[in-house]
Design a binder for this molecule. Sequence first.
Ligand code: NA7
Length: 536
Amino acid sequence: MTTADENGKPEFDAIIVGAGFAGMYLLHRMRGMGFKVRVVEAATGVGGTWYWNRYPGARCDVESMQYSYQFSPELQAEWSWTERYAAQPEILTYANHVADRFDLRRDIDFDTRVKSAVYDETAKHWTITSEDGRSYTGRYCVMATGCLSSPNTPRFEGLEDFKGAVYHTGTWPHEKVDFTGKTVAIIGTGSSAIQSTPVIASEAKQLYLFQRTPHWVIPARNRPLDPEQQADWKQHYSERRAAAKANFSGIFANYNKQKAAEAAPDECRAEYQRRWDQGGLAFMGAFSDLLIDDDANKTAREFVTEKVRGMLKDKSLADKLIPDYLIGCKRLVIDTGYYETFNKPNVELVDISNSPIERITETGLRASGREFEVDAIVMATGFDAMTGALTRMDIRGRDGGSLKEKWSEGPRTYLGLMSHGFPNLFTITGPGSPSVFTNMLPTIEQHVEWVSDCIAYMRDHQRQSIEPSRDAEDAWVVHNEEVSGNTLKPACGSWYVGANIPGKPRVFLPYFGGFPAYIEKCNEVVAKGYEGFSLN
Ligand code: NA7
């Protein structure tokens, strides 16, 4: 079945895959430009990440006054957040409010998981087919499929034998899961585990937390947002949003330009203490060389190590809970009561760094030479980040070329927006763009605006296909490697480099050149008539 007419004209100007924050804004903007657009979404509702990640304690690690759209001043003025960091239900309510406010749902097909996307070179359009056999044709296809949307469930032997309940934090049930009186195993100690552990521990009879690698954790210091603070933000939104975009991370925060290597020990301590008391990801902004210079990084590690030791009653636990790698190398985690949870009698850390989980049994897990009988297993095992959502679909470009095959040695894109051999296929916050290193909302908005402006340009100039050249793509891939290679960032086994997925090529996935440099490059490409792209 195809939805193109008898002349091969596609039914839609664009098919957007995903109704998270990226797909929602793209739909709204393209509709406003007069395009006929359809969104297909696997979930039953909008919200993407915030639709799926309903685990206890799920919360954004970017402050709510900044983790919101800025394209509509009215929306920005009317919406009120209740906490410094919004919890998942509140963000999902916000996403639904946006869908209502801009009447988005009428152009979204929910419960529609895309199986394949195939480009027809003669007709210059994409056919998108869902798992239940529906097809859509669009001149353009935009993958707004998210960076952390393809859950990773390790293939533990015996998992299918387990008689109890198994959950993944990234596909949590809609109804409340009650762990009262239960013995629970959590596997993983990333952000999802660190957020859910204190909440699950407060209900469970016994909690075992299986840790392969500890994470560096800084207090979130979440609190209710007082109305005056919120009013102050709203009054200064335009200048703060602009200032945020001038920062590497796209976040409005105080980034110290001084180097730790040049600061006196007392000065370093005072700066870390100030940021520790403030809480949040801005801890890494204490000095400008923390991700450049190992000695500088060490000063931050020593400070946090001392703090963590101070929070634990059982000092021998500290050796297990404190990482032995660079701080900020894996994604920094911000917490509420994580370390304090280990002071409870019903919580046990199971260190599996030297002996992986052997197998799952009918009644629990076998690890470190012990049998753990549990009622439920929580997989907090993360995602096939940045590429997983794309490579799990069968995407075929020119001459039937497969995206998965092309990316088998690592993703290759120009600006994280398009890939050579796949005309008219865009990715929002794709690999090779700043994405996960930045505040996702402004970074999504920048991509949505670039892509929709590009499609409007194509229409206005009577062009039907756009594709990056191989040379431009190669140069961007090399540039990506260079900018991350000049830092300490690729040094550890993080999901930024695909190290969490067995067999995934070890390539630095997001662009680490910073949001301002990236915006400048994108704008320059347009100013030079879409330099590096061929338009036909
Ligand atoms: P993360 O940060 O990828 O954490 C996943 C955790 O699961 C991490 O501790 C992994 O250990 C662990 N893991 C993965 N596979 C296994 C196996 N096979 N055995 C034991 N442990 C395993 O995902 P999150 O969902 O917590 O957070 C994702 C992002 O969301 C986060 O960075 C924020 O940006 C928000 P490892 O470290 O790989 O040794």
